[in-house]
Design a binder for this molecule. Structure first.
Ligand code: ZN
Length: 180
């Protein structure tokens, strides 16, 4: 019994001594890193979930423009948020933070920098891989960033995107009161 307790204490000391973070931190930092990792996975799933606000904005504009008939998260690389499989045209709506928007150039989080660098590099590499695969499969991919869907940017973004989409889909663009 006592030997068992002693052995456990020894093991705990050993583990504590060997748990060293990238910048020399010990147990608490590891715990923190773990929590971050867990939350991140949750957020990534959240990001991949349907019906995020930027995505809803895009779909609303598409419907208003008469560009309907799209499917959500079609089963091709990257699961495009909006896709017209028959025409092989899709839209990826990217969150600026997770996908490292080239327009925003958001700073890295201040703590656990190494963790975030690896994480973001992985995300960006995955995006590139998906984009390349889709293009090789003959898809036309439109990438829209969250920051291009803000109140003061969404009109310009859509003014550029919608006519292109209409052409690619062979559809008539329904313009409300815009220049027609
Ligand atoms: Zn952005």
């Amino acid at each position: 019994m006592l030997a068992h307790v002693k052995e456990r204490a020894r093991q705990e000391r050993y583990e504590a001594a060997h748990r060293v973070g990238p910048r020399g931190g010990t147990t608490p930092r590891i715990a923190e890193r773990y929590v971050v990792a867990k939350n991140t996975r949750k957020s990534m799933r959240g990001n991949k979930a349907k019906d995020t606000k930027p995505e809803l904005l895009v779909r609303q504009r598409l419907r208003e423009a008469g560009l309907t008939g799209y499917r959500l998260q079609w089963k091709v690389p990257g699961r495009p948020d909006v896709a017209w499989p028959g025409k092989k045209v899709c839209i990826m709506v990217n969150g600026c933070f997770w996908h490292r928007c080239p327009h925003c150039n958001l700073p890295l989080p201040k703590s656990n920098v190494e963790y975030w660098i690896v994480k973001f590099e992985r995300n960006v590499a995955r995006d590139e891989r998906n984009l390349q695969q889709l293009q090789e499969m003959g898809w036309t991919v439109h990438v829209i960033w969250e920051c291009q869907l803000k109140k003061d940017t969404i009109d310009a973004t859509m003014a550029e995107l919608l006519p292109q989409l209409a052409r690619e889909l062979g559809k008539e663009l329904q313009t409300g009161d815009a220049e027609a």
